[in-house]
Ligand binder design. Structure first.
Ligand code: PRX
Length: 653
């Protein structure tokens, strides 16, 4: 099915946030979009420079791209700017201080309305507070907070003084938080006394305490008092956020920083157990997110109410809950809670209440809403919606159709947006009103983005299936992996050279030049749009004393896209039973987080291995997905397969 609904769209090339936002004309002519693709193709660097100039630069850049040390690309190098000034000060200076930046909606229905001026005020205070704790430009500040406004304040306060934020997802367990703080040598952590989740409060700071004491670089912990949960405070190290802000000087001018100054590090799972610290810098990242947010979502900052449901701890939260919307001067909904609390129609209630115009969410959430039934969205007036977005995994056509019909009332275009933590901003997506959407396809690379599909030798494929690659640098690309330039080279550029960023996804390219993402080609599992590394889960399971050996594979799952299945050989003293299963599930929750818990644990006496002892996960995957097991000739012990088949096959009575 093709969605050919025309869609009102502002003039995306000239709307630099609210400052110059024109009224929305009634539809974007297809020819305009084609002109945009053509302009970018004819002069890619000129095109990006034009996008970058829509930001406010303290010192304008003259160099667009410096690729002398490719693939360590540098953009807009001689310019200086500040991210928080671009998100806040310029809008306030333009008279938009009273515009709502966030409608915050708490789990229990409490609300806070945060204007651009109000946000600027709190950011300045907290930036001064961080300074008071000795934080200077280049220092790393960890942020481990739930979906509360202080998370945004903390990020922008760091950006204001040139500190580098490392947001660690609130759902991670203490050990995973500790690893991510230790790896980037965070000097300060901003966290919370307690986090609410579905009516329960977790004492976050108290639970983290033991881990925090193991971090030699951590000098200060600032605690947001959000719930009154029990919270031990270490004299000299710990302080309360509210007291820090109250005592701080209210004025903190934004520090102009070189475009290549690091803005943040965000850890993402790779194919080894050690998470990758993805580094994004200031000028290029801001250019990419503001441009893509404007163009893909057809923004009209004067009128739009934007609702991105991603957690702030993932890249989607960074790019499209914080930086993109603020750079473009949009009003957002920031929802603290889970989609099914206090009831399963809460998102639709929020859409009606705040008059949401664009909703950006993940296929897994759409599938869950489908399961809950269409009478729930039917109870609310969703007529304010005019555009729907999808991100994180391929959207299956059934979910696409449901999203289009039930949530979009058959009138809202859907933009399926493909991108990654590494790309910083959306790379492949339709332009609403101008690209014919195809359910399940992210369609074309955006103007300014160069993608190709390659075969195993690196030769471009015109149509068919292959490896997705990005073949020209783009401003919001990661600059390196924190502290590990070699891993950056090895992970993304070793196979086809420094000019070809290998994405790690397989895709199909159709006759219209549209991409259909098929999934990862590495050992990364995508559970509910969150990346998990097979190796990270395996090493957590293997650390349990009841386990002799483990292998983890991904299987397709109707709700979460993919799910984890663990094949476990119990240690000699243990048997594979319900007690060990419960222990392992708890153990994984504590080591990584609940999202890594296996859907299924299969007890096995041995794992399929090559003669050199390497586990052949492919065979396990075939077994659990009920496929013919492929080539078994490399197996060291061929008999193991019969026992494995028996282990995954339920007994017949
Ligand atoms: O496999 C692709 C999948 O998510 C991966 C990136 O994960 P992460 O860095 O956590 O970022 C998620 C949010 C941007 C990709 O390599 N992916 C992301 N978006 C899509 C997708 N797969 C299919 N369609 C998408 N729209």
């Amino acid at each position: 099915m093709t969605d050919r609904t025309p869609h009102p769209q502002t003039d995306l090339l000239t709307s630099a946030g609210p400052v110059a936002a024109p009224a929305a004309p009634a539809g974007r002519p297809r020819a305009d979009a084609e002109a945009l693709y053509a302009q970018a193709a004819a002069d890619r660097l000129g095109f990006w420079a034009e996008q970058a100039r829509l930001l406010s630069w303290e010192k304008p850049f003259t160099t667009v791209l410096d690729d002398t040390e490719a693939p360590f690309h540098r953009w807009f190098t001689d310019g200086t700017l500040n991210a928080s000034a671009n998100c806040l000060d310029r809008h306030v200076a333009a008279g938009l201080g009273d515009r709502v930046a966030y409608h915050w909606h708490g789990e229990e229905g409490e609300t806070r309305t945060i204007t651009y001026a109000g946000l600027l005020d709190e950011v300045q205070r907290f930036a001064n507070a961080l300074r008071g704790l000795g934080v200077t430009a280049g220092d790393v500040v960890g942020i481990h907070l739930p979906m509360i406004p202080e998370a945004v304040v903390a990020m922008l306060a760091c950006a204001r003084i040139g500190a580098v934020h490392n947001v660690v997802f609130g759902g991670f367990a203490p050990q995973a938080v500790g690893e991510r703080l230790a790896a980037c040598r965070a000097r300060v952590l901003v966290t919370v006394d307690g986090a609410r989740r579905k009516g329960r409060v977790t004492a976050v700071k108290q639970t983290l305490e033991e881990t925090l004491r193991t971090l030699p670089d951590l000098e200060h912990v600032v605690v947001v008092g959000a719930t009154g949960a029990s919270c031990p405070m270490w004299p000299g190290r710990d302080s309360w956020y509210a007291e820090q802000c109250a005592a701080a000087d209210p004025v903190c001018p934004a520090v102009p920083l070189p475009a290549e100054h690091p803005l943040f590090i965000l850890y993402s799972s790779g194919s080894t157990a050690a998470p990758k610290g993805i580094v994004h810098t200031t000028g290029g990242y801001l250019t990419g997110v503001s441009y893509t947010h404007r163009i893909v979502f057809a923004l009209d900052p004067e009128r739009d109410v934007w609702f991105c449901t991603a957690d702030i701890g993932w890249i989607t939260g960074h790019s499209y809950l914080v930086y993109g919307p603020l750079l473009n001067g949009v009003t957002s909904v920031l929802f603290e809670g889970a989609p099914d609390h206090p009831h399963k129609a809460i998102w639709w209630e929020l859409v009606e209440r705040y008059g949401v115009t664009q909703l950006y969410t993940a296929p897994t959430a759409i599938r869950a809403a489908m399961n809950w039934g269409e009478e729930l969205p039917g109870r609310h007036d969703l007529s304010s919606l005019r555009l729907l977005g999808s991100v994180g995994e391929p959207i299956n056509p059934t979910a696409w159709q449901w999203y289009h019909r039930v949530i979009g009332g058959g009138r809202c275009p859907i933009v399926d947006t493909w991108w990654q933590t590494e790309t910083g901003s959306i790379m492949i997506a339709p332009l609403p009103g101008a690209t014919d959407a195809k359910p399940g396809s992210a369609t074309r690379p955006l103007p300014g983005v160069s993608a190709e599909l390659l075969d195993a030798d690196g030769t471009p494929i015109a149509t068919g299936t292959g490896l997705l690659a990005l073949t020209e640098p783009w401003p919001s690309m990661l600059r390196t992996l924190y502290g590990d330039d070699q891993r950056y080279l090895d992970t993304y550029f070793s196979r086809f050279g420094k000019d070809t960023y290998l994405v790690g996804d397989a895709a199909r390219l159709d006759e219209d030049g549209h991409y259909w993402i098929l999934g990862r080609t590495d050992d990364v599992i995508n559970v509910s749009g969150h990346r998990l590394s097979t190796a990270e889960v395996e090493s957590a399971v293997a650390a349990h004393p009841g386990v002799a050996e483990v292998a983890v594979v991904a299987v397709p799952d109707e709700l979460t896209g993919q799910a984890v299945v663990a094949f476990v050989t119990p240690a000699a003293a243990r048997t594979g039973d319900a007690a060990l299963e419960a222990e392992l599930r708890e153990h994984i929750s504590v080591r990584i987080g609940k999202l890594a818990r296996p859907k299924k644990i299969v007890w096995v006496e041995g794992l399929p291995k090559t003669r050199s002892g390497k586990i052949i996960r492919r065979l396990l995957r075939d077994l659990v997905t009920g496929q013919e097991t492929g080539d078994v000739t490399t197996l060291g012990e061929p008999d193991v397969m019969a026992a494995l088949t028996a282990a995954v096959t339920p007994p017949t009575h």
